[in-house]
Design a protein around this ligand. Structure first.
Ligand code: ARG
Length: 304
């Protein structure tokens, strides 16, 4: 449909966007092989440049607690089998982008496999895509030349509306989003990411309800900030320090009421509570070492 890069181009109102259903399901990936085995983002190394050490047992407990919190909230949780030598598989939001069934006349949801920016993660894609195909997705790869697209690391659906926010920068190219905008009946808002520590859109922006988002403006250029401010009725600013250190914006809400978020983000949590959200704090310390937290540890999707 249309790719937007500038406020002047906006030709729709938020409230007029077609509705899509809230996610009722999440895909997670077995954390068996999780570790920091290479550094592809600044979180993965310490001050001396050495790879961070993950406490695998603790990581598995944290993963299990997240799994159980999702299940307890009523979400159906599917789990992808582990894949040897793929320590980042646990961030299973990244290898693909789901498009909800409401967009298609045949009522079948589509899945676009990612083109991972780093060779270390490319092997995850077929593995995750196979699991989602088995759930009923129609798989539709990119056709164009664009080199990089990291699914639901950089593609974030507005909760309840057919609008996709799309990160451009370290992991995804504008050309990939342009191809998707041309191919699908969906409006895509491209947002340039300017802070290396916030390398996926999901580290700087989360859609929390029909009208609210959590974001850290410092991760965007002036154009991106203006787009978010114009489009989202109730933007909630995350704490700057918590955004960069604890990935405060890597938060998730499936129903517009409960927000899952890393528990160290105390100032951000206080703001969310003041804004009326029910916060579910979770410990993701081991996954923060790899540059991920609550949002990217699962792929959320609507009814299939
Ligand atoms: N180590 C992984 C990477 O750099 C972490 C990915 C976390 N995902 C996210 N969307 N923030 O790719």
């Amino acid at each position: 449909m249309t790719l937007y890069r500038n406020v002047d181009e906006l030709d729709f109102r938020f409230a007029d966007l077609p509705r899509i259903e809230h996610p009722d399901r999440v895909l997670m990936a077995d954390p068996r092989d999780f570790e920091c085995a290479y550094a592809i983002n600044p979180h993965m190394v310490d001050e001396r440049g050495e790879l961070k050490r993950v406490d695998r047992e603790l990581a598995v407990r944290q993963w299990r607690a997240l799994h159980d919190a999702f299940a307890a909230s009523g979400l159906t949780v599917d789990v992808v089998a582990p894949l040897a030598k793929h320590p980042d598989l646990v961030f299973c939001a990244n290898p693909s982008l789901p498009l909800p069934r409401e967009l298609f006349a045949d009522g079948r949801p589509r899945l676009v496999p990612s083109r991972m920016a780093h060779a270390e993660r490319r092997g995850e894609v077929d593995h995750v895509v196979a699991a989602l195909r088995a759930l009923g997705y129609v798989v539709e790869p990119l056709r164009g030349e664009s080199e990089r697209l990291e699914g639901m690391g950089d593609g974030i659906w507005q909760l309840g509306r057919a609008l996709l926010f799309a990160g451009v920068g370290p992991r995804s190219d504008l050309a990939a989003w342009r191809e998707l905008a041309e191919r699908y009946p969906v409006r895509i808002v491209a947002l340039e990411l300017v802070d290396r520590a916030l390398y996926h859109l999901d580290t700087a922006f989360a859609s929390l309800s029909d009208d609210a988002c959590l974001w850290w403006p410092g991760a965007f250029d002036a154009r991106g900030r203006a787009l978010i401010e114009r489009l989202v009725p109730r933007p909630i600013e995350a704490d700057a320090d918590e955004s960069r250190r604890f990935l405060a914006c890597n938060a998730f809400s499936a129903n517009g009421r409960h927000v899952f978020i890393e528990r160290r983000c105390e100032r951000t949590i206080a703001k969310l509570v003041a804004a009326g959200f029910d916060v579910v704090p979770l410990d993701t310390s081991e996954f923060l070492k790899s540059g991920g937290s609550v949002f990217c540890m699962k792929l959320a999707h609507g009814p299939l």
